[in-house]
Write a protein that binds this ligand. Structure first.
Ligand code: UDP
Length: 239
């Protein structure tokens, strides 16, 4: 099977919302287990898998700022939220019988290893799924940018952006019935059309480092493996 997969090492961007299932916030155990199984399935294909987790199911910096917490402080809280998701995801992946390690951009060594490029590459080389928590470690960024940054740093050949819909649309398909879906786009097009699926900083970083992005729905079991094998609907962004 490995010969049919053009990807050697990928980074998956998983938003916090993907982990909350039909709940309004926090973690949903069946959803967490399904996604953990999906990630384990992707690793079983022989692909090295890094995962950048978001934190929006617990806390977002912008929401905190709206409530009067200064943005930099609110973003620190948001980054801690991503660590909560990372630890939960690592546990769920290991329960599937697949080894995983959480690395945090904000060092908290009694809970998980601090992120370094060398540590991440070491674990990936051992076939472990590396869960990257803490985003970039800096306020005023997002975990989308974290995924593009780690993707570049770890020489990933694909950024896999998991969403609630099956690709990039010209407008939000849940709100606008006239929205059209794209099969393929260039980074330039995604940026110039202002397609809101990832923030511009993330697209720009991916463009500069010529890393393709696949945008796909994480709604069904097996979605990550399907995207790796070129099956299922998705939008493919390439230079
Ligand atoms: N965050 C940050 N720097 C980063 C990544 C994340 O400050 O490099 C904070 C920011 O407040 C953000 C929150 O962490 O709102 C959660 O991340 P994000 O919104 O990207 O999560 P997602 O929407 O993917 O669940």
């Amino acid at each position: 099977a490995a010969s049919t997969i053009p990807w050697r090492r990928v980074v998956v961007k998983l938003s916090g919302e993907a982990l909350m299932g039909s709940s309004s916030h926090g973690l949903d155990a069946p959803t967490l287990n399904r996604i953990a199984g999906d990630l384990a399935g992707a690793a079983a294909l022989g692909v090295e898998v890094a995962v950048v987790v978001g934190g929006g199911n617990f806390f977002r910096g912008i929401a905190g700022a709206d409530k009067g917490i200064e943005r930099a402080r609110a973003d620190s809280i948001g980054m801690l939220a991503t660590v909560m998701n990372g630890l939960a995801l690592e546990y769920a992946i290991e329960k599937q019988g697949q080894s995983a390690r959480t690395l945090s951009s904000i060092p908290m060594p009694s809970i998980c290893e601090p992120y370094s490029r060398q540590t991440a590459l070491h674990h990936l080389g051992k076939g472990r799924i590396v869960v990257l928590a803490g985003g970039t470690g800096n306020p005023f960024f997002t975990t989308d940018t974290g995924a593009a940054l780690r993707g570049a740093e770890l020489s990933c050949d694909l950024i896999m952006k998991a969403t609630q819909v099956d690709g990039i649309y010209s407008a939000d398909p849940k709100r606008d019935p006239t929205a059209v879906r794209y099969d393929k786009l260039t980074h330039d097009e995604a940026i110039s059309k202002n397609l809101a699926v990832m923030d511009t900083a993330a697209f720009a970083l991916a463009r500069e480092n010529r890393i393709p992005i696949i945008v796909f729905s994480i709604g069904e079991a097996g979605a990550i493996s399907a995207a790796l094998l070129g099956k299922g609907r998705a939008t493919y962004v390439s230079p």
